[in-house]
Design a protein around this ligand. Structure first.
Ligand SMILES: Cc1cc2nc3c(=O)[nH]c(=O)nc-3n(C[C@H](O)[C@H](O)[C@H](O)COP(=O)(O)OP(=O)(O)OC[C@H]3O[C@@H](n4cnc5c(N)ncnc54)[C@H](O)[C@@H]3O)c2cc1C
Length: 467
């Protein structure tokens, strides 16, 4: 490592390109958002250009130095921080964002661009970047592509993968593979970018992307509805999908989640009676900005007539909409505030969600006696399962059954033909459980890709692929 540091300092000859732990506090680079993953680093590299990234990787590869690509460090599976003594490659300064082409509605965006910055950039041009998630003020486009992030509007617009036209990658040996085209149609051979999207930094470093923007909707309408029976969730989903043509979000929150958010995060009063077991947030993008004339109220009325919903409230303004969204958006903060959490992010075929929720509650009470917080993107079958520590359980007792719990949750997912990672990725946290979602043949294929593109195993070693 000493040779490496000397070489980096000599060859790059610019001391703004790295941060030295002997001179700076590097805590924000070595500890992750969940605080469960902590390590050390001999150096944080801070390239300003793709060429810098190429030079840095070439030196790392030559000397066999492991490197962790890092974006906003909001990932929750332990993929973005060092485990022992790896070098951190922070992409934050690759944040160019200017080259907007109105004809194709595409923009060239540096990997280090923060999601919120891209949102504002698009809005200023009457457009929108449709992927949105709670970490918007910190997560970066490169990290979001590396994890194929989803978020609140997957139902209408898809995940990150669906927004990408072109990608620039730096391979482990420093080779730059650039295809920053703006084309929707390009069937000229294998679409290599798809292999890097969702590859969690183990195959190459994403440095730039061409992203598709969409027109800003005239309006967004939001309602919170209450259900008296969780068994009705699948049928509700199909009714909402067929009645609301502009449906952009359908988020489910069990009563316990609402109560937990109220307990741990300051915010508005919950506007519905807290007597129903399940609440669902519905958001629709409408073609008219005139609230009374966009058909939203009538569509919701029709839903009432099905007898599926017990109560509902419609937001009359964007402020009221934000207040309804608060109960979904504040879940992350409320969970962290309570103590340790066993966190799972799975996809379950929508028809199986009620039985899966029942099972998760039983597992949580039988094994931990803790608080189950179950919510998620119902429209995508994505359930966030959180077993949250309560004051009567010691840290040791709470954390001890981690592996046993994971096996149960993932087995329940597997038998329902679901996925153990809906959107957060595999990272360090889930790699030993990848077998619950991928066949041995698929894992072996991943391993051979890794071997041929990163033969010295310098890029994010230990992440995703089980030993
Ligand atoms: C409050 C909160 C809400 C969240 N909500 C959602 C949600 O709704 N949907 C969702 O999908 N996720 C969600 N997440 C998880 C997280 O925000 C996403 O995974 C996000 O995409 C990570 O981006 P990042 O820039 O922080 O990446 P990091 O955490 O820095 O890195 C994530 C992974 O990508 C790799 N990586 C980072 N940058 C690059 C690069 N340029 N090239 C190659 N590899 C790279 C890292 O090595 C690591 O393996 C949430 C997280 C928080 C804290």
């Amino acid at each position: 490592v000493k040779d490496f540091i000397d070489k980096i300092k000599n060859e790059l000859d610019d001391n703004t390109l790295y941060l030295d732990p002997e001179k700076e506090d590097l805590g924000t680079y070595t500890s992750d958002w969940t605080k469960k993953f902590n390590g050390n680093t001999p150096l944080v590299l801070r390239p300003k250009t793709t060429l810098h990234v190429s030079q840095m990787l070439s030196i790392c590869n030559e000397l066999g130095v492991s490197i962790i690509p890092q974006g906003g460090n909001t990932g929750v599976v332990g993929g973005s921080t060092p485990r022992s003594e790896e070098v951190v490659l922070s992409l934050s300064r690759l944040n160019n964002l200017a080259d907007y082409d109105p004809a194709s509605a595409t923009v060239v965006c540096g990997a280090g661009t923060i999601l919120k910055t891209l949102h504002d950039f698009a809005t200023d041009r009457g457009m929108e970047f449709p992927v949105d998630l709670g970490a918007r003020g910190q997560c970066q486009i490169g990290g979001m592509l590396a994890t194929n992030a989803g978020g609140n509007r997957v139902l209408r617009y898809g995940l990150m993968r669906e927004q990408v036209r072109g990608l620039e990658i730096v391979m482990a040996d420093g080779t730059i593979v650039s295809n920053l085209n703006r084309l929707k149609k390009d069937n000229s051979g294998i679409d290599l970018k798809q292999i890097f999207i969702g590859s969690e930094g183990i195959l190459g470093v994403i440095t730039q992307a061409v992203l598709q923007l969409v027109p800003l909707p005239a309006a967004r309408r939001t309602a919170m509805i209450a259900l008296s029976d969780r068994e009705n969730l699948p049928i509700l989903l199909s009714e909402v999908r067929s009645r609301f043509p502009g449906l952009s979000s359908l988020e489910v929150l069990l009563l316990q989640v609402i109560e937990h958010v109220i307990e741990y995060v300051d915010g508005p009063e919950f506007p519905l009676p807290k007597q129903f077991p399940v609440y669902v947030l519905v958001e629709e993008e409408t073609e008219s900005s005139s609230a009374g004339h966009d058909g939203f109220v009538e569509r919701l009325g029709g839903l009432f007539e099905t007898g599926l919903i017990a109560d509902a409230i419609i937001a009359e303004s964007s402020l009221q909409s934000e207040r309804l969204w608060h109960f979904r958006e504040a879940t992350g903060e409320a969970i962290v505030a309570a103590g340790f959490t066993h966190k799972f992010d799975v996809t379950i075929p929508q028809g199986e969600i009620p039985s899966f929720l029942d099972k998760m509650e039983n597992v949580c009470s039988n094994i931990l006696g803790a608080r189950p917080l179950l919510f998620g993107h119902l429209g995508d079958g994505n359930v966030h399962v959180n077993f949250v520590q309560t004051p009567n359980i010691s840290d040791k007792n709470f954390l001890a059954p981690a592996s046993e719990l994971a096996k149960i949750v993932y087995e329940e997912t597997r038998i329902r033909k679901g996925s153990i990672s809906a959107e957060h990725g595999i990272g360090m946290l889930k790699r030993e459980f990848l077998i619950y979602s991928k066949t041995p043949e698929e894992i072996s294929f991943m391993r051979s890709l890794k071997k041929s593109w990163d033969p010295r195993n310098i890029l994010n070693p230990g992440v995703m692929i089980p030993d």
